[in-house]
Design a protein around this ligand. Structure first.
Ligand SMILES: Nc1nc2c(ncn2[C@@H]2O[C@H](COP(=O)(O)OP(=O)(O)OP(=O)(O)O)[C@@H](O)[C@H]2O)c(=O)[nH]1
Ligand SMILES: [Mg+2]
Length: 446
């Protein structure tokens, strides 16, 4: 399938961190692929103005003020009736989105999503507002009464994991959030078509961020996430040389049953000096979550190179496919280099650098889960069970309390365990030894 027209994308960002990322994206990288299709959702806080979220970025980049005024008028939807947000409680985030869905629906309708558009949801996983509402909203869009082109849109979700040092409730939220983005509702239907995971601590290590203000540290991570989003969008644009289209991103992973990914990037390389091989080797050492690449069963490789290098034949799609095949055999799970691989060469007439992103997928979730589990249990065990329910109150604001059915928590655990077991099975299969061809041929009567 060749891409004649660019795929259109929309961004739906819920919660504070996600709002910052999307605002920065919109203010800095607005392009025809996204157009004006950006929606920022947050819960209301009686004492804090929504602007506070953007204070730092606006003081750092005063030029963004005008864009901010426009966003504020048209694209920020404050939902829910709770007096002070979701209080870091995902169940509140979900309930508020459900109760106020008519408001959310109106804003989504204004986005003008259509055709085979890709809808990218963004949320931090440690919080309550985004992490609680995005899985609900995504599920409702995908299967419910608001889908613009039912069955045709694709849904990507970006989930951002907390820093290692954050409080236990954040990790309880994270485990629930990952699960609910993967599967949702009574039936546990597949929710996001593709879940992209990024970890704050990991990104900070990769970038060697040492700044001491929290705002600047977030800002640096957010910029990196935005670069990953831009690289994802690139192959759908008009200049892609390959046959990869955004729908290919997720269709096969869904069939395989695992659909979690993480970006690994090597950007800004000088094409005179850097080969694609070297850039790939750099990228694989920079995954945005803790992961052992040797367990990855899928990789989408996106290479953006200056137009003139492609015209001169220095980089070509055929060559890229050969390189990535060899690279995958060396770096991914099993002898064949995973089970699924796409590569896409995009020519750029704006950049003069060689940029590479690997979307690594299907890897063992052990690195992520082991980071979460201690605190997940610390939090869970601190909760009082009362007639099949637990009650979670906000430490700072006891007005915010909510009951969650123990049954629901158990279901979440079962689901994530099941997903993990499918993932591990696929990895094991990919690593399985080759058949003994001679013996098999004999068995077949030759
Ligand atoms: N990368 C990044 N992470 C952030 C940012 N802001 C907050 N976080 C992380 O996100 C988690 C908190 O989520 P928020 O986005 O503040 O929460 P929320 O969705 O508004 O939900 P509430 O709990 O109701 O406030 C923590 O793990 C933070 O470390 C940001 O700008 N960038
Ligand atoms: Mg918040």
């Amino acid at each position: 399938m060749t891409v004649d027209e660019g795929t259109r994308w929309s961004i739906i960002a819920s919660g504070e961190g996600a709002n910052r990322i999307s605002f920065l994206y919109y203010a800095k990288f607005r392009n025809p692929v996204i157009g004006d299709r950006v929606l920022l959702l947050n819960t209301s806080t009686a004492d804090v103005k929504p602007e506070k979220t953007f204070d730092y970025i606006l003081s750092r980049e005063p030029g963004f003020r005008e864009t901010f005024e426009k966003i504020k008028r048209e694209k920020i939807c404050i939902f829910g009736k709770s007096p002070s947000g979701a209080g870091n409680n995902w169940k509140v985030g979900e309930n508020e989105a459900r109760e106020d869905f008519d408001t959310i629906r109106r804003y989504i309708a204004n986005l003008g999503i259509g055709g085979r558009d890709v809808i990218m949801g963004i949320t931090t996983l440690g919080g309550g507002t985004g992490n609680g509402s995005l899985p609900y909203i995504m599920n409702r869009l995908k299967y419910g009464d608001v889908a613009v082109s039912p069955g045709e849109n694709s849904y990507m979700a970006f989930g951002i994991l907390p820093y290692d040092f954050e409080a236990s409730q954040r990790f309880f939220n994270t485990v629930c959030g990952i699960t609910r983005l993967l599967k949702f509702g009574e039936e546990g239907r597949q929710n996001a078509d593709m879940l992209l995971l990024v970890d704050n601590s990991q990104v900070e290590n990769i970038l060697g961020i040492t700044s001491d203000t929290r705002e600047e540290r977030y800002h640096r991570i957010n910029q990196e996430i935005i670069k990953a989003i831009s690289m994802m969008i690139a192959p759908g644009g008009r200049q892609a040389r390959s046959t990869i289209d955004i729908s290919d991103y997720y269709q096969l992973p869904s069939n395989i049953g695992t659909y979690h990914f993480t970006p690994c990037m090597s950007l800004g390389n000088d094409p005179e000096i850097f080969s694609i091989e070297t850039a790939l080797d750099t990228a694989i050492n920079r995954p945005m979550v803790p992961v052992d690449p040797k367990t990855a069963t899928m990789a989408y490789i996106i290479v953006v190179a200056p137009e003139k290098y492609i015209e001169r034949g220095i980089f070509s799609q055929e060559e890229l496919e050969r390189i990535t095949r060899d690279w995958a055999v060396k770096n991914l799970a099993g002898r064949r280099g995973g089970v699924l691989r796409y590569s896409s060469l995009v020519s750029s007439n704006e950049k003069d650098t060689l940029d590479v992103m690997i979307l690594l997928g299907g890897f063992s979730l052990k690195g992520i889960i082991s980071k979460c589990l201690q605190k997940y249990y610390d939090f869970k065990e601190s909760l009082e069970v009362d007639r099949g329910h637990i009650e979670v109150a906000d430490a700072d604001d006891p007005r915010i309390r909510v009951r969650i059915r123990v049954e629901d928590i158990e279901r979440i655990e079962e689901r994530i365990k099941e997903y993990i077991s499918i993932t591990e099975l696929k990895i094991k299969r990919a690593k399985k030894r080759e058949i003994d061809l001679q013996a098999k041929l004999k068995e077949w009567g030759f």
